[in-house]
Every structure is written in structure tokens, then in C-alpha cells.
Design a protein. Structure first.
Lengths: 382, 125
């Protein structure tokens, strides 16, 4: 008898013949050991099975990636002059041989087409878009958008966005104000690109916050998309959603929309100081002289930050109407206010420097030092 | 037959560029990362090099810098492919001697025309 036979024989005896004669605690321990051994074996079998399945899947993915990559690479090398429909009909049978019903293969086709679509323009992009539809992948994208899970919805929205499936804009709009910030952001970015008629309609219904960094993303999308028709963003300055107002202010500034003047004046009394500050900044940049009196009215009720912005705006406009007000700021106890006011006076190209020299002769030594500083053209304003 | 090296870490892109340039009648050599590209550049002579800027191990800028500092290879046209159109990246590329910048997404046929032009120009020189 070998050593293993002896061990198995002993274990066998332990759990059959001898078990009833052990005390209860030993019997319980032996049963626990038996349970643990069986569980460990089961877990090992499960892991082995999973690994085999994963290996097969990886092999399958590798094969199909290469195959699909080759077919797609053939498609994209067509000339600009070739007929799109002919290219599609030539390659369609090859794609029909691919088992698109298989979830993994289907996703590979989608991913590879998206990757090419993202990297190429012209005929290639056109062919890929049409092929996507011809293979009914757009229907799968629609299903993904309607899925209950937010991550799958996002996947679908991204696909629609990349492939420019404009028909899906109506399905996407409802997610532009979703509670889930990630889904909301993805939907907004896609909607701008896909909605031909009203790409900014989502701003009308936006109740949820547009996060600061997403404002940057949307700003990039809007300002870089050459196909967009840019509306007057002033109509959204009435939005109860402060983040919508903020985004629109940035866009008004970028597109120098002078027609927003009345709304900008109104926003000077907005409850949100960030909006007030941004409005003042735009008034200054657009040099809206008619808004000066409104800025003057609110000046004394504002924080230092906004006061500085107002003084800066007065300087940019340089109408001369508020020169006395600016001069009087030199008696402020706040050094920043004094400096900003002096720079604002200096900005008047006709009389700025003379005005500063005039003040210089009538003011305190401390203010004189400050005026000297401001008048020195070698020193840049911070 | 003109010989072109394509250095691109995205396999699908590499394949697409290979197919296109082979169809245009070029002999194509490929590198799927910067280190491989650098080895190929050192060992061979090419009529044009098309390289992605962002690659593992060695970036496109380093490859460009190596080529333009090598007296025997400095006339080889180098076209940089980039998804980033940042001003400082473009300036750095041109200051190192890049012949052209191709921004993703790009038109394959336009790329083809540009390559043809640079190869002709190089032959003429």
C-alpha cells in the first residue's frame, strides 16, 4: 500500500467508522474541515473554469479584432472620388459574415468603427457612418440609450455622438437634465452636436447644475464647432439656473454679443456675486458705456472683489463721465481699490496721465508714491 | 519605390495607414512604439517618416530631434501626427525641424497628397 492509499484509507475511516465514537466537539470540527475542503475544491474548479472561459474570450477577441481591423482598413483606403454607396455595397457582404449577434463581436465592430470615425474625416468618416447604419448598429445604440443602467446609457450616447446619429437627439434630450451628473454632461455634449435645429434647447430645461469643469467642456465644444449656428445667448440670462447664466455669460463674452447689454445691466443686481462679477467684467470688455451708471449705482454695496472689477470696467470704457468718482477712490482705505482706480484713470487715452499728474499735486505723499508707481510704464498692472 | 516609416502606437491606425500607403505604391515599414521606431530609424534609411507624437517609451519629438541632428538623415521629411493642437506643441515640433503637422482627425487622402509632395520635394533636393 502506498503512502497516499494509507492517507485516503485513514481519512475514509475517520469519517465513516470512527466518527460516531468521537466527542461532539471533535465531530463538529471534522465536519467543518470537510466542508472547508469541499468549498476550496469548488472554488478552485470555478476559478479554473472562469480562466478557461476568459482565455477563450481573449482568443476570440484577438481573432475578431484582427479580422474586423483588416476589413475596415480595406474600406478606408478608398479614394475621395469613389461612390460611397458602391463602397458600402462592396464590403457589406464581408460584414454580414461576421457574427454580429455575438455580443463581444458586436462590441468589437462598434469600437473599431468608432475609433476610425474619431481619427479620420472626409470620405472615410462618411463611409463609416453609413456602414454603421447599414449594419443596424444604430438601432443597438438606440437600445443602449434606452437602457436602465446609466453607464450603458452613456455608452450609447457616446456612440451616437461619435457616429453623428442625428435622429437620436430626441432620445438624448431627456437626459440633458438628469440627476446623474455624468449622464447629464455626456447628454449635453452630444445634444449640441446632434440637434440640427435647436442645439441649445437643453439650456431651456436645465434645472440641474452645469458643473464648472463641464462648463469648460461645453465652452470648448460650442466655440470649436464650426457647423453650429450661434444664437444670442442673452435669452438664457433669465434662467433660474445660475450655472446656465454663467455659461451663457462666458459665451456672450467669447462671441462679443453686444445685444446682451440690457440683460447684462439687469444682472448687476443678481443675487449671485459670481454672476455680478462676470457681468461687470463683460461690460468692461465690451466697453458698454451705457452700463456705467448702473455699475456706479451698485458699487458701494459690493464686495472688494466686485468693486475692483467695476473700477477695471470703468477704466476699460474710459468715457470720462466717472473720472471724478475714480479720483475720489484714492481716498479709500483699501490700497487695492486705490491702485485699481488710478490704473482706471490712466487708461483714458486722451486725458488719463494728465489727470493723474493733477491728482498728484493735490494729494498725500503716500498717494503720490502710488501715482508714481502707476505712471511708470515699465511696471505692468498685476 | 519610396520607403516610408510609420510610427504609431494605435494598432488600428497603424494598419489603416499601412493599407493606404501601400495602396499608394510605397514600401511601408512600421513601428508600434517609440523605441521600435528609433531602432528602425537608426538602422535604415527612409524617404519619409510619419510619426505620432505620443508613443510609449520614446515620443515622436525625440525621434524627430534624433533625425534632424543626424547629418545623414536630417533631410528626411518628418510628418508629426497629433491629436493635440496646442500651440506650444506645434511650435516645439517646428522648431525641432518637423516638416508638417497632421492633426487627428484627418483626411487620409489629404495625407496621401502631402506625403507625395514631400517625397517629390525630397527627391528634387
Amino acid at each position: 500500500m502506498s503512502i497516499f492509499d494509507n492517507i485516503f484509507h485513514y481519512i475514509g475511516q475517520l469519517y465513516t467508522d470512527r466518527l460516531p465514537y468521537f466527542p461532539t466537539n471533535i465531530r463538529a470540527s471534522l465536519m467543518i474541515i470537510l466542508f472547508c475542503v469541499i468549498a476550496a475544491i469548488e472554488i478552485y474548479i470555478y476559478i479554473l473554469f472562469k480562466r478557461i472561459v476568459k482565455m477563450r474570450e481573449e482568443k476570440q477577441i484577438k481573432y475578431w479584432k484582427e479580422h474586423i481591423g483588416n476589413v475596415l482598413a480595406n474600406i478606408i483606403v478608398y479614394d475621395e472620388t469613389d461612390n460611397t454607396a458602391e463602397i458600402i455595397s462592396h464590403f457589406y457582404p464581408r460584414f454580414k459574415k461576421i457574427p454580429l449577434g455575438n455580443k463581444i463581436v458586436n462590441q468589437i465592430v462598434v469600437n473599431e468603427i468608432l475609433l476610425y470615425r474619431k481619427n479620420f474625416t472626409g470620405k472615410t468618416a462618411e463611409v463609416l457612418s453609413q456602414l454603421y447604419r447599414k449594419l443596424n448598429l444604430d438601432k443597438k445604440t438606440r437600445k443602449k440609450i434606452a437602457n436602465r443602467n446609466w453607464d450603458i446609457k452613456i455608452e450609447g450616447i457616446r456612440e451616437a455622438n461619435e457616429m453623428e446619429i442625428v435622429e437620436l437627439a430626441s432620445a438624448i434630450i431627456k437626459y440633458t437634465d438628469d440627476e446623474n451628473a455624468l449622464l447629464r454632461m455626456e447628454a449635453q455634449a452630444a445634444y449640441i452636436k446632434l440637434s440640427a435645429r435647436e442645439p441649445f434647447h437643453f439650456l431651456d430645461r436645465a434645472r440641474e447644475r452645469i458643473l464648472d469643469w463641464h462648463q469648460v467642456v461645453l465652452f470648448e465644444i460650442i466655440t470649436k464647432n464650426k457647423k453650429l449656428t450661434i444664437p444670442s445667448f442673452s435669452k438664457w440670462l433669465y434662467s433660474p439656473n445660475d450655472t446656465v447664466v454663467m455659461l451663457c455669460l462666458k459665451l456672450i463674452e467669447h462671441f462679443t454679443q453686444f445685444d446682451a447689454e440690457e440683460e447684462l445691466k439687469r444682472l448687476l443686481r443678481h443675487h449671485n456675486p459670481k454672476i455680478v462679477k462676470k457681468s461687470v467684467e463683460i461690460i468692461g470688455k465690451l466697453e458698454l458705456a451705457n452700463a456705467e451708471s448702473f455699475m456706479f449705482e451698485i458699487y458701494f454695496d459690493q464686495s472688494e472683489e466686485i468693486k475692483l472689477e467695476i473700477l477695471n470696467a470703468f477704466g476699460r470704457i474710459s468715457s470720462g463721465q466717472y473720472a471724478d468718482f475714480l479720483s475720489s477712490r484714492i481716498y479709500s482705505t483699501d490700497i487695492k481699490i486705490k491702485k485699481e482706480a488710478l490704473y482706471a484713470i490712466k487708461r483714458d487715452p486722451d486725458n488719463g496721465k494728465n489727470k493723474l499728474r493733477e491728482i498728484y499735486n493735490q494729494t498725500t505723499p503716500e498717494n503720490q508714491a502710488l501715482i508714481k508707481h502707476v505712471l511708470d510704464d515699465r511696471i505692468k498692472q498685476e | 519605390m519610396s520607403r516610408i516609416l510609420i510610427a504609431e502606437d494605435e494598432v488600428l491606425m497603424l494598419k489603416a495607414l499601412e493599407f493606404k500607403l501601400k495602396k499608394d505604391g510605397y514600401e511601408v515599414d512600421m513601428a508600434s512604439d517609440g523605441r521600435q521606431a528609433m531602432e528602425k530609424v537608426k538602422a535604415n534609411t527612409y524617404d519619409l517618416i510619419l510619426t505620432d507624437i505620443m508613443m510609449p517609451f520614446v515620443g515622436g519629438m525625440e525621434i524627430l530631434s534624433f533625425i534632424k541632428n543626424d547629418p545623414l538623415k536630417k533631410n528626411t521629411p518628418v510628418l508629426l501626427i497629433s491629436a493635440v493642437g496646442l500651440e506650444n506643441v506645434v511650435l516645439e515640433g517646428f522648431s525641432l525641424g518637423a516638416d508638417d503637422f497632421i492633426y487627428k482627425p484627418f483626411n487620409l487622402n489629404e495625407l496621401s497628397v502631402r506625403i507625395k509632395r514631400y517625397i517629390k520635394q525630397n527627391e528634387f533636393n
